[in-house]
Design a protein around this ligand. Structure first.
Ligand code: NI
Length: 169
C-alpha cells in the first residue's frame, strides 16, 4: 500500500527516530508499504519518518527497481565505515522540486538488520553510499538542505515557506 510522503516542515521529519525493538507484523507491513511507496515515487531511498513513523528503518534501491536483488531493507542501521568524498546533486521525496549538491562520503559500510532480523553489513559506493548517508540523516531528523549553508539554504527555506503559506506544499 502506498502511503503519503510527508514534506519538509512536518515535525516527525525534524526529530530523531527510535530503535525498533521487535519486528512485529506492523513493522513488516510498514516495510512493504515503504517499498511500494519508494518505487511509486521513483525514489532510490525512503526512511520511515517520511511516511510519518518515527522508527529507525529505511529502504533503498540504487537501481530504482530496475535490478533484481538491489533492494535493501535496513532496520536500526549504524555506520561502520565511511570514507572519501563525493559531491553530487541530490533531492528528497520530502522536498519535491528542490535539489542541491551535497558533500557525502564516496564509500560507506552500514550495519543493520534485514526484515528477517538477520544482522547484515552492506558496503556501498557511488549513488548507494549517498543514499545511505541521506537516509541515515532522515533517521536523525535531518534533511539534505540542513547540510547546506548560507544563501542557498536560505533561498530554499524562503521558497518552501512561501509554498507552505500559500497552501501549495
Ligand atoms: Ni530524503
Amino acid at each position: 500500500m502506498i502511503r503519503p510522503i510527508l514534506r519538509y516542515g512536518e515535525d516527525v521529519l525534524h526529530r530523531p527516530a527510535a530503535d525498533i525493538d521487535e519486528i512485529t507484523p506492523e513493522v513488516e507491513a510498514l516495510i512493504d508499504d515503504m517499498i511500494d511507496t519508494m518505487y511509486a515515487a521513483s525514489g532510490v531511498g525512503l526512511a520511515a519518518p517520511q511516511v510519518g513513523v518515527p522508527l529507525r528503518l529505511f529502504v533503498a534501491d540504487a537501481s530504482s527497481g530496475q535490478e533484481a536483488g538491489a533492494l535493501i531493507v535496513m532496520i536500526n542501521p549504524t555506520f561502520i565505515e565511511r570514507d572519501g568524498v563525493q559531491r553530487e546533486d541530490e533531492g528528497c521525496l520530502s522536498v519535491p522540486g528542490f535539489n542541491a549538491a551535497v558533500p557525502r562520503p564516496s564509500r560507506a559500510v552500514i550495519r543493520g538488520r534485514d526484515r528477517d532480523g538477520t544482522s547484515r553489513d552492506v558496503e556501498a559506493t557511488g549513488i548507494l553510499a549517498r543514499a545511505f548517508e541521506h537516509e541515515m540523516d532522515h533517521l536523525e531528523g535531518s534533511l539534505f538542505l540542513d547540510r547546506l549553508r548560507g544563501v542557498r539554504r536560505e533561498m530554499m527555506l524562503r521558497k518552501i515557506g512561501k509554498l507552505r503559506r500559500t497552501g501549495k506544499w
